[in-house]
Structures are given as structure tokens and as C-alpha cells.
Design a protein around this ligand. Structure first.
Ligand SMILES: Nc1ncnc2c1ncn2[C@@H]1O[C@H](COP(=O)(O)OP(=O)(O)OP(=O)(O)O)[C@@H](O)[C@H]1O
Ligand SMILES: [Mg+2]
Length: 252
């Protein structure tokens, strides 16, 4: 992608939220986006999801330029993208498991299977016990983890995570980082935005990208190599084996 995005600001001119951001992210990478508040992290993630339209540059996802995508094609793009945003948009009067399974239900996967996979995804975020509880009865951190389970259950080609550990204590945060790591090692491209130094210090990423005032000011190699190790050498992460992880769907 190489993108410029600005927001009009009434009479006071405009904010350049992203300026000539040029970034290529390969399959299975886990890219950590960092930078101060207002740097453009959320805006960058939102452009990939076609929630913001850039006015300059282009965004290519799986070989397709999505910057000029027709409105009617956006749902097809989004099927391949899992998102963990701060406004979780959960269905408050439904159970945790219903909220996770819905991703699969709308694809026509049978209820028995969608619920089995949803339960597994809830297990991976430490919430198997809360599966039948109503979302409105759960804490903020628990709701955040349901949103994470919902984002990973369909094994999307791309996972966008905006401050996914924002409401979690350190131990749970580590579990979530491990979950994102394992899903990316299996081929999902993960972009994780955070300004939490704990996440920056602990996340196993292929690259660390620092944004400031809408520009990329630094790009470093992460601790993990971009290419996943041979499958046989990869241990199966707990709670993520079998059903949850099907091969990511190709963009169609
Ligand atoms: N919908 C909007 N309308 C107007 N300005 C916006 C809008 N969304 C973001 N901005 C502005 O664009 C800039 C980048 O915002 P963005 O939310 O991408 O930052 P961020 O790096 O995610 O910050 P934070 O760490 O606080 O979440 C900021 O100056 C912000 O005020
Ligand atoms: Mg943000």
C-alpha cells in the first residue's frame, strides 16, 4: 500500500492522518504498528478494511486494488479480514458463543460446527467457561476477548488488531499476543496497532513500524523471521488445534 488520507476539520483546515505511507506486508507477517496517540495507526488499519477511503495512493490486498472498491464489493473484502477494534460491537443480549459463531453462521456453516469452533476460539482466549453467558453480564476485558475470538474463529487472511490488549492485565495480554503469533504463523497476515510498550517489548513480530504524524518514521526487523518455520517443527499452540484453524480463504 502507499496511502495518503486526510480528514476535513470544519473551518480549521484539515488533518493529514496519513501521508505517503508506503508499506508492503507479506502473507503470514505480524507487523507491529506503533507511535504516539494521533499518529495514524487506527486510520491506517481502517483503510485496509475499507472503512476509510484514501484520497491518494492505493491499497492492494491479495493482488486487488481496494482503494477504489465498489461499495457492493466491500462485504466480500471484509469476509477475509478479521478485525479487533476498540468498539467491539458485540451483540449485548446474546451469549458469548453466539457472538463468536455468527462469523461462521453467516458463511453458511452449520450451527453444530460453528458452535464447536466458536467454543474452541473462546477457549483460546480463556473464556470457554463463559460461553453461554450473556455479553452484557461480562466485564470489559472479557468482552474484548470475545471480540478477539470472533475475529480469529474464521481464520481470516488478514487480521487487523487495534490495541487488542487495551483492557487486559499483563498475563492475559501475553496470552493474546501468543494467540496472534500462532495465527500468523499459520498464514494469517496480522497487523497489530499499539502504543503499549509492554506489547512492543513482548510481541513476536516480523516487523516494527513506527508512525508519527501520519508518516512512517522507522521500520525495524522484528525478532521473528517473516517466513514461518517448516510445519513439522511448529508445535500446535494450545487451544488452537484442530477445528478453529482452517486454511485462510483466498480473496475472491
Ligand atoms: N473521523 C475522523 N475525523 C477527523 N479526524 C480524525 C478522524 N479519525 C482520526 N482523525 C485524526 O487523524 C489523526 C490520526 O488519528 P488515529 O486515530 O489514526 O491515531 P492513532 O495513532 O490511532 O492514535 P491513538 O494511539 O490515540 O489511538 C489524528 O490527528 C486524529 O485526530
Ligand atoms: Mg488508535
Amino acid at each position: 500500500m502507499s496511502v495518503t488520507k486526510s480528514f476535513g476539520r470544519g473551518s480549521g483546515g484539515e488533518v493529514l492522518a496519513l501521508q505517503d505511507v508506503d508499506l508492503h506486508v507479506g502473507k503470514g507477517e505480524l507487523v507491529l504498528l506503533t507511535g504516539p496517540s494521533g499518529a495514524g495507526k487506527t486510520t491506517l488499519l481502517r483503510t485496509i478494511f475499507a472503512a476509510e477511503r484514501p484520497e491518494g495512493g492505493e491499497i492492494v490486498v491479495a493482488g486487488r486494488n481496494i482503494s477504489r472498491l465498489r461499495r457492493s464489493s466491500i462485504p466480500f473484502l471484509r469476509r477475509n479480514i478479521g478485525v479487533i477494534f476498540q468498539d467491539f460491537k458485540l451483540l449485548k443480549d446474546r451469549s458469548a458463543i453466539d457472538n463468536v459463531a455468527i462469523t461462521l453462521d453467516i458463511r453458511g456453516i452449520r450451527r453444530k460446527e460453528s458452535h464447536a469452533r466458536a467454543l474452541e476460539a473462546l477457549g483460546a482466549v480463556g473464556l470457554a467457561e463463559a460461553a453461554e453467558k450473556r455479553v452484557s453480564c461480562l466485564s470489559g476485558g472479557e468482552q474484548q476477548r470475545i471480540a478477539i475470538a470472533r475475529a480469529v474463529v474464521g481464520v481470516p487472511a488478514i487480521l487487523l488488531a487495534d490495541e487488542p490488549t487495551g483492557n487486559l492485565d499483563p498475563e492475559l495480554s501475553h496470552d493474546i499476543l501468543d494467540l496472534l503469533d500462532s495465527i500468523s504463523r499459520r498464514g494469517t497476515t496480522v497487523m497489530l496497532a499499539t502504543h503499549d510498550p509492554m506489547v512492543v517489548a513482548n510481541a513476536s513480530c516480523t516487523r516494527l513500524v513506527r508512525l508519527e504524524r501520519g508518516r512512517i518514521v522507522a521500520m525495524e526487523q522484528g525478532v521473528r523471521a517473516p517466513i514461518a518455520p517448516p510445519r513439522l517443527l511448529t508445535p500446535t499452540p494450545q487451544g488452537l488445534d484442530a477445528g478453529v484453524l482452517q486454511p485462510a480463504e483466498a480473496l475472491s
